[in-house]
Design a protein around this ligand. Structure first.
Ligand code: SF4
Ligand code: SF4
Length: 454
């Protein structure tokens, strides 16, 4: 009975893994170094950026902050508002098209080197190897009985994993609540309900995904691994085994056999536990670790390296870059980048909307003039208070009543009533175009409206 329970528990923990827990052998080589370079780069940015201060008008604020409560996104000197949704949509389109382009060119490069799942699994596996030893020691420890030493090693590993997952969650939430305010609120758990939820959820998510589920996420949960096949074509480069060169696999020193000595090291180093010699498989994340491993074997056996390498399904006859799929993605990327740059360059830190009272289109004054009333909604998108003046744009038969002006607080919207008047005899009946200029220093914006004559 206890065996059945233990099997069920193991099955749950293994999270649908068919072949048991994978303890990949460590391997050094150019792809492994590149992988770790990406870990340092991406995590250096992720863990560090939320601590970077940014000075605005003598005041310091977090350089990158998604202030959901106030509907603002701070990106260094730039403050984006909900009105900048087009810009954010373009950034997402650029990221997606860039990913498609990389996939069409070199397969699942993102999965192997930059995907958070791969990056955190690398970190968690590294911690595991420091505590439990190399892949053979870990396998032995897993199979062995529960001793005090096993308990200590496993317990320490899970504690450190939880600490890393906890710090990752704090960093993540620190991009939504200023991290310098979040951190002091943690010891007494004085965080808000949403912060509390995301701290617990994200920590648990990181711990389960990177520590327990690992490659099962790539194999069974990631939707991207399923649909990225549509971005592949015969000229897409991906990690492949050279069948012609490698087969028949060599045993002993038979010169007629291929270059593969069937040592199985390429399988032992694979984080997803597959045998690349069986051909392209959706589980392969293109991490290149089997290339590193096999190149070492080839060097040791005096054969040329590259038995496993990044290669295209079609041979040299297909020009790698000149393919309709690649050109389409590249063109789309160029269009989105150009559009994004243009939208950014046209972005004004001042926005004005003109509202008119639809019930009272005009009124007649005692001295026989016609007046129209407007309300200008002045939105200051800068991070300092601004003084705005309103003028009429160009030659105009109208006059401003008074000198409408307003000071609008940083990142705020304020209504400014404006009245225009015209000589009753100067214009025919009906609607006449009019344009306002709203000025602040050297910044100005023009807004058009109409003037109604009785
Ligand atoms: S590492 Fe190379 S030689 Fe060894 S089994 Fe894999 S493909 Fe064959
Ligand atoms: S087959 Fe090679 S490239 Fe693919 S996941 Fe395994 S080690 Fe990485």
């Amino acid at each position: 009975m206890s065996q059945v329970v233990s099997k069920v528990r193991t099955a749950k923990l293994e999270l649908y893994r068919k072949q048991g827990k994978i303890h990949a052998k460590a391997v050094d080589g150019r792809f492994n170094r590149l992988r770790w370079l990406m870990v340092w780069l991406t995590q250096g940015i992720f863990y560090g950026l939320c601590w970077l201060p940014w000075e605005v008008s003598g005041q310091l604020r977090q350089a990158v902050l998604f202030d959901i409560a106030h509907e603002k996104l701070y990106l260094f000197g730039l403050v984006l508002w909900p009105q900048d949704a087009l810009l954010l949509a373009l950034v997402l389109l650029i990221a997606a098209t860039g990913l498609f382009l990389v996939t069409a060119l070199a397969g699942r490069l993102f999965c192997g080197f930059a995907c958070p799942q791969t990056v955190y699994t690398s970190i968690f596996t590294w911690i595991e190897s420091r505590i439990e030893g190399d892949h053979l020691a870990r396998l032995q420890l897993d199979k062995g009985p529960w001793t005090a030493q096993k308990l200590l090693r496993k317990g320490s590993k899970h504690l450190i994993w939880l600490a890393v997952a906890g710090w990752t969650a704090i960093t993540f939430v620190g991009y939504f609540t200023p991290i310098r305010e979040l951190l002091p609120s943690l010891p007494g758990w004085k965080v808000g309900p949403w912060e509390g939820f995301w701290l617990i959820f994200y920590a648990a998510f990181t711990y389960v995904q990177a520590g327990l589920a690992r490659e099962a996420v790539c194999q069974h949960m990631c939707p991207y691994s399923r649909f990225q096949g549509v971005m592949f074509d015969p000229a897409t480069r991906s990690v492949s085994y050279d069948q012609e060169r490698g087969e028949p696999r060599r045993a002993g020193s038979n010169d007629k056999s291929g270059d593969c000595i069937d040592c199985g090291i390429c399988v032992q180093v694979c984080p997803t536990g597959i045998d690349i010699r069986d051909g392209l498989q959706y589980e392969c994340i293109n991490c290149g670790l089997c290339i590193d491993a096999c190149d070492q074997v080839m060097a040791r056996t005096g054969r040329p390296t590259g038995l496993i390498r990044f290669a295209t399904e079609a041979k040299a006859t297909v020009v790698w870059l000149r393919r309709p799929r690649v050109l389409s993605y590249a063109l789309l990327l160029l269009v989105f980048v150009t559009l994004g740059a243009w939208v950014l360059s046209q972005r004004s830190p001042l926005r004005v909307d003109i509202l008119r009272d639809r019930n009272v289109l005009f009124r007649e004054t005692a001295d026989g003039r016609i007046e129209n009333a407007y309300q200008l909604q002045v939105m200051n998108l800068t991070e300092t208070a601004q003084y705005y003046e309103v003028q009429l744009d160009g030659d105009s038969p109208f006059e401003l009543v008074g000198r409408p002006a307003i000071t609008v607080a940083a990142g705020s919207l304020a209504p400014l009533p404006v009245t225009l008047s015209a000589d009753a005899a100067a214009l025919p009946r009906g609607s006449h175009p009019v344009a306002f200029r709203v000025l602040s220093g050297d910044r100005r914006i023009r807004e058009a409206s109409t003037f109604q004559m009785p």
